[in-house]
Design a protein around this ligand. Structure first.
Ligand SMILES: NC(=O)c1ccc[n+]([C@@H]2O[C@H](COP(=O)([O-])OP(=O)(O)OC[C@H]3O[C@@H](n4cnc5c(N)ncnc54)[C@H](OP(=O)(O)O)[C@@H]3O)[C@@H](O)[C@H]2O)c1
Length: 328
């Protein structure tokens, strides 16, 4: 089958079109003809040799896809050949075919294109998990989402506003990204390169006015995050794009404000966890996706042969929302 491979011959590893053996569907799996997939930071790390796939996963990159079921394993009950599906993968989405457990697959909403569907799984499932399962967001709470215009951030803003009824503040790197976040429902967008987010948010919502923070940035924001959290506040880490080493940690606030700090991953979670998350997301949000109240934000769509260009765009922090690959 057609697949994107990592070429390590040059100065730095790059994605190149190539061939890879076809995957074979297990008894509870679907063989899917991939119509679209999307780029994640984890792909950049895997390409660089820093993020090996979990045991048993495809060695190919690609953590999400949308496509058409071509074959079903013997024990599959939910789908038939011809069905349009999308979902999370532990790897293998960067190819013309992939396999997915039937319970990780979701039916593509009728009004959705394959490009839109491929832009949903990683961003929305990660955001849903962070906001609700880990962050325990409740109606009326104030949520701060760092990297608001990222794939995960754009999903989190919408879920927090539309589904959970929270007030939302974000940090972003540019005016354009701030405008996008406001359009998606953010009440407050701070351009962190121009203003100190602690000052702006404290000035608007009070010095400890945040209930939940979703943070993929890490060390540079630690102290300001802890300052901004109020009583029983929660801080959920998804990544450390700005670094993971904090020189001095003052633990007093954790006790005084009864704070919770959590870290999480998604790819390496057990299959049963990802199935439960998929079902929970589907049950609580598919209506809003289907009627357009929740919308995946697509920065740009690239032909699969130009995947390296999409990777470069992400590496340079240029994308607002998801980068989608099609045409396999
Ligand atoms: N743990 C998990 O389960 C999980 C799952 C999915 C994704 N993630 C992680 O979540 C993060 C977001 O993923 P994504 O795919 O949504 O990312 P994305 O679309 O590539 O967006 C990332 C954005 O973060 C901002 N950023 C980058 N470096 C920064 C820094 N040092 N300080 C402040 N902002 C910075 C940039 O926007 P600005 O221009 O606004 O600075 C960049 O465009 C990634 O690190 C990803 O690995 C974690």
């Amino acid at each position: 089958m057609k697949a994107l491979l990592v070429d390590t011959a040059g100065e730095r590893p790059v994605m190149v079109p190539g061939e890879h053996p076809d995957p074979v569907a297990g008894e509870k799996e679907l063989l899917v003809a991939v119509k679209a997939t999307a780029v994640n930071r984890a792909d950049l790390a895997q390409k660089a040799g820093k993020y090996p796939p979990p045991e048993g996963a495809s060695p190919l990159l690609g953590l999400e896809m949308s496509g058409v079921v071509e074959q079903t394993g013997r024990e599959v009950t939910r789908y038939r050949p011809g069905d349009r599906v999308f979902g999370l993968l532990p790897g293998g989405g960067y190819a013309s075919h992939c396999v997915i457990h039937e319970e990780l697959a979701m039916p593509v909403p009728e009004a959705f294109s394959f490009e839109q569907a491929a832009a949903v799984p990683e961003a929305f499932l990660t955001a849903w998990q962070a906001l609700t399962w880990l962050g325990e967001a409740r109606e009326g709470e104030r949520v701060l989402i760092h990297a608001g215009a990222s794939g995960v951030g754009t999903a989190a803003i919408q879920l927090a506003k539309q589904r959970l009824g929270c007030a939302v503040a974000v940090t972003v790197g540019s005016v354009e990204k701030a405008d996008l976040c406001r359009k998606l429902g953010a009440d407050l967008a701070v351009i962190y390169k121009q203003e100190d987010f602690r000052e702006v948010i404290a000035g608007t919502w009070g010095p400890a006015g945040i209930d939940l923070i979703i943070d993929p940035v890490g060390a540079p924001y630690w102290e300001r995050n802890i300052d901004l959290l109020g009583m029983d506040g929660r801080l959920v880490y998804l990544a450390f794009m700005g670094g993971s080493g904090v020189d001095e940690v003052r633990l007093g606030s954790l006790l005084r404000k009864r704070l919770t700090v959590r870290g999480s991953t998604l790819r390496n979670r057990p299959l049963v966890y990802k199935i439960d998350l998929t079902k929970d997301f589907q049950a609580k949000n598919m209506d809003l996706l289907a009627n357009g109240q929740l919308q995946p934000v697509i920065d740009s769509v690239f032909d699969w042969t130009e995947a390296e260009k999409a990777h470069q765009r992400m590496e340079q922090n240029l994308n607002a929302g998801k980068l989608v690959l099609t045409g396999f």
